[in-house]
Design a protein around this ligand. Structure first.
Ligand code: A3P
Length: 336
């Protein structure tokens, strides 16, 4: 894969402070809700609930980011398997450069730090990783910077059963709060309250169904540019999905690579068991400015159907029904 031109140095470092100040007014006029974390309101922007921190980054990207046709965006709502998808894409795209058994940066770097994240204003270099054409974002399709759509660059999207997504997020938020505002994690809502909010669409980057639908419809309209995955399919048909990913990234596996088991090697290395047991992901820290989170919060169980351990059958059915209603007529379903 080609990498983005070196001349495009990170605008973010030059303009972050002035830009963030500039966007304060635009953000302060938006509707707010303090549902999940009392001191962290979600703001309603173009029909989606975003935390101001990510919204500022999104607005800056809207005004400054220039996508290249060769760029590839890994997009997802939160807690749908983006750590896994990033690791797979990175391993596939850089396999000529790094040996998966020894030199891949993923052995010493959190997957999120190998790929620039748009909302952090990391446009041209990831904090730790080498330059590639890969970028990541949680933004809904309709909130992506115009240049991403206009440039014709590619997008890989991952979504997940909403029940598992919700349960994953409900475990994740208190861990973020525990490091960023120690002692306040008890103020994050209970699972019942969180569930009500999720069902109303109030969720970081939510409503979840609109996030999924935006990319689903776009993938039907532009199948050559947008590849749509479900976490559950990636689990069930990993080899087929990895080959599809490699074809989509325009670096298909050669016959020799197939014979040498390159596909299986990548899958094994990127598996939950393997990544979550790497020292960097067990004990490392993901630092952002003055804040940090433990890398291990990105690896919890990595299972399909874990929602059954936390939600009642009635809650599950209720969310399924909401989802089915919202997705009706789209051709997409999360029913087994
Ligand atoms: P659980 O909380 O259900 O375990 P994201 O990466 O988008 O934040 O999504 C997080 C979810 O993906 C978590 O789910 C996490 O455990 C799971 N996950 C992380 N790495 C994974 C991997 N290599 N394979 C499968 N699932 C993984």
């Amino acid at each position: 894969m080609e990498s983005s031109p070196l001349s495009k140095t990170t605008i973010a470092s030059k303009t972050t402070m002035e830009s963030l100040e500039k966007y304060k007014d635009e953000i302060s006029g938006l509707p707010r809700d303090n549902g999940w974390i009392p001191w962290q309101p979600l703001c309603l922007y173009k029909g989606f609930w975003l935390y101001p921190y990510f919204l500022q980054g999104s607005l800056q990207a809207r005004d400054h980011f220039e996508a290249q046709p060769s760029d590839v965006f890994i997009c997802s709502s939160m807690k749908t398997g983006s750590t896994w998808l990033k690791s797979l894409c990175f391993s596939i795209a850089t396999r000529a450069q790094f040996d998966i058994d020894s030199t891949t940066p993923l052995r010493t770097t959190l997957p999120h730090e190998c790929i620039p994240f748009l909302e952090y204003c990391e446009y041209y270099t990831a904090p730790q990783g080498p330059k590639t054409s890969l970028f990541a974002s949680h933004l809904p399709y309709t909130c992506l910077p115009k240049s991403i759509i206009d440039s014709g660059c590619k997008i890989v999207y991952i979504c997940r059963d909403p029940k598992d997504t919700f349960v994953s997020l409900w475990h994740f938020l208190p861990k973020i709060v525990a490091t960023m505002a120690p002692g306040q994690e008890d103020l994050v809502v209970s699972i019942e309250e969180g569930f009500e909010l999720f069902c109303k669409g109030l969720f970081s980057y939510g409503p979840y169904w609109d996030h999924v639908l935006g990319y689903w419809k776009a993938s039907l309209e532009r199948p050559d540019k947008i590849l749509f995955f479900k976490y559950e399919d990636l689990k069930k048909k990993t080899e087929a999905c990895v080959r599809k990913l490699a074809d989509f990234l325009e670096c298909p596996f050669s016959i020799d690579e197939e014979k040498e088991g390159a596909v299986q090697k990548i899958i094994k290395f990127c598996s939950f068991e393997s990544l979550s047991n790497l020292e960097v992901n067990k004990t490392g820290k993901h630092v952002r400015g003055d804040d940090f989170v433990e890398n291990n919060i990105f690896f919890r169980k990595g299972k399909v159907g874990d929602w059954r351990n936390y939600l009642s059958a009635e809650m599950g059915e209720r969310l399924d029904n909401i989802m089915e209603e919202k997705l009706s007529g789209s051709g997409l379903t999360f029913k087994n």
